[in-house]
Design a protein around this ligand. Structure first.
Ligand code: SF4
Ligand code: SF4
Length: 487
């Protein structure tokens, strides 16, 4: 929200007349819409810029590269929604394994809480797709339209051949990258090696086409056009992250005690008497490199995504004027107020909030890893045939009918022996083993029988067991109820 105080003339031109008796000069116009100012971030090099580019490479290596990796003759990472199977390298997750996906989401959420409490908006500054794609799109823009001043000049000048080809080339390059991003995204849900040929001869399904276009359009729009507007106005994380911060969380800070009073070096050189100038020479480099266009010298603002571009910019200025680095730096509110050293900041790392987040995260990771390690790639559902209660068949034998759902989540097929236990003389018919192919479910009807006189009239607990013939460790046992008719 932009609050602007208007002159009387402007008010008369733009604003509704005051109610009778009111004076126009008394009015303050509260604008609900803030017109966007085009931001032309200056390119910067430095420690944090290198770290940001490292994150860009790593995240994009994973994003664009993963769909092309094969594992056991299929795509290594594939969320196959149609057959409701999620492939993660050697792991095949079924809808019944939803608990693992939930655990993964909990791990991601607590990691975000923990890293935010320690280091503020590191996610926004280094790994968020919005930051990463904006960085890549800006790199393309700089290669085609030139540096900050050249881009500003180009936008001001009237349409010419030079402007037309540069703008067209930029949008073509952006469009191609956005399209490839959309294809890669859908490649996590539909085998990418089949997707590309299908795309070539317009053989894609409607959902695949929709998501490719949607994701490409979102990438092009968000990273090419919207940029900082997404962080400022659309991202909910920017709004609720303050709940995860405390006064010992790392943030990008301007050291006002050291920097003020700011003034250009020439003016500082002319100061006389006891007057002193701060270290800030008011060069505005920190503002020019900021992708959200803010001035960090005005204090912590929610629009700051913690990218540390201003730290690199100010450090390079300090190097030039031979002053110590760190006028803008990672620090904490408490450190700034109480003058903590780096060691003092580190000491305050082990505070209750961090310990609690770490303990919960460690526990969830341990349970997740432990349950994955002991996981059996075989599941069994036993469904009683509700149409037939326990019944007496030949020679007084009591028989119950069940339907077994055998889910082989292993990437190899197996032959399973079916048995039952829990009542003396219990047997399964048919006694032959069942073959279940890799990552398939098979439905098998069975009859379970016990001799006359065994078991109590009514419900009896039994177990139905599956044992792979080729692997003694592949074994499951499922509870079931065996009904003995009352006399
Ligand atoms: S880059 Fe450093 S010296 Fe230049 S205006 Fe910003 S804070 Fe001041
Ligand atoms: S103020 Fe600094 S850290 Fe914050 S967004 Fe701008 S350049 Fe990045």
């Amino acid at each position: 929200m932009d609050k602007a105080v208007k002159t009387p003339t402007q008010q008369q031109e733009e604003d509704p007349p005051p109610p009778s008796g009111g004076k126009q000069d008394d009015y303050t116009v509260i604008r609900m819409y803030a017109a966007r100012e085009q931001i032309y971030p200056r390119e910067i090099q430095g420690r944090f810029a290198s770290l940001r580019w490292l994150c860009v490479f790593l995240t994009q290596l994973v994003f664009y590269g993963l769909p092309w990796i094969d594992w056991n003759g299929r795509q290594a990472v594939l969320f196959d929604l149609a057959s409701r199977k999620f492939y993660l390298f050697g792991l095949v997750l079924w809808p019944q394994d939803f608990i693992w996906l939930a655990a993964l989401l909990i791990i991601c959420a607590f990691s975000l809480f923990l890293f935010t409490a320690i280091a503020g908006r590191v996610w926004c500054g280094y790994s968020c797709p919005q930051t990463v794609y904006t960085e890549i799109f800006m790199w393309i823009e700089r290669r085609i339209e030139g540096n900050r001043s050249a881009r500003m000049r180009l936008d001001r000048q009237p349409l010419s051949f030079d402007k037309l080809w540069r703008k067209s080339a930029k949008h073509l390059a952006w469009g191609a990258l956005a399209l490839w991003t959309g294809i890669s995204f859908v490649g996590f849900f539909s085998p990418i090696r089949e997707l590309l040929p299908a795309l070539g001869h317009f053989g894609l399904g409607p959902w695949e086409m929709f998501w490719i276009v949607f994701y490409a359009f979102a990438t092009y729009g968000n990273a090419g056009w919207m940029r900082e507007q997404v962080c400022k106005y659309m991202c909910p994380y920017a709004r609720f992250q303050s709940a995860m911060f405390d006064r010992d969380s790392l943030i990008i800070t301007y050291d006002g005690a050291r920097g003020e009073p700011r003034m250009p070096a020439a003016k500082a050189a002319k100061l006389e008497g006891g007057s002193r100038a701060g270290d800030c020479i008011d060069c505005t480099m920190c503002v020019q490199v900021c992708p959200t266009g803010i001035d960090i010298r005005q204090g912590l603002q929610y629009m700051c995504i913690g990218c540390a571009a201003c730290v690199d910019a100010c450090d390079s200025v300090m190097d030039k004027i031979k002053r110590p680095r760190g006028l803008i730096r990672y620090s904490t509110e408490n450190a700034l107020e109480q003058g903590f050293s780096t060691a003092g900041i580190r000491r305050r790392l082990l505070r209750p909030r961090i310990l609690i987040y770490s303990a919960i995260l460690g526990a969830v990771i341990a349970v997740f890893a432990g349950s994955l390690l002991v996981r059996t790639p075989l599941k069994l559902d036993v469904i009683r045939d509700r149409g037939s209660m326990g019944r007496e068949v030949e020679d007084g034998i009591i028989e119950n009918v069940y339907r077994l759902q055998i889910i082989n989540t292993d990437e190899r097929g197996h032959r399973y022996r079916i048995s039952a236990s829990g009542l003396s003389g219990i047997s399964v018919d048919p006694p032959e083993p069942v073959d279940v192919a890799a990552t398939l479910t098979q439905s098998v009807p069975i009859r379970v029988r016990v001799p006359h006189g065994v078991g109590e009239p009514g419900s009896n607990k039994i177990h139905i067991e599956l044992q792979a013939e080729d692997n003694p460790a592949l074994h499951v046992s499922e509870k079931a109820v065996f009904l003995v008719p009352r006399p």
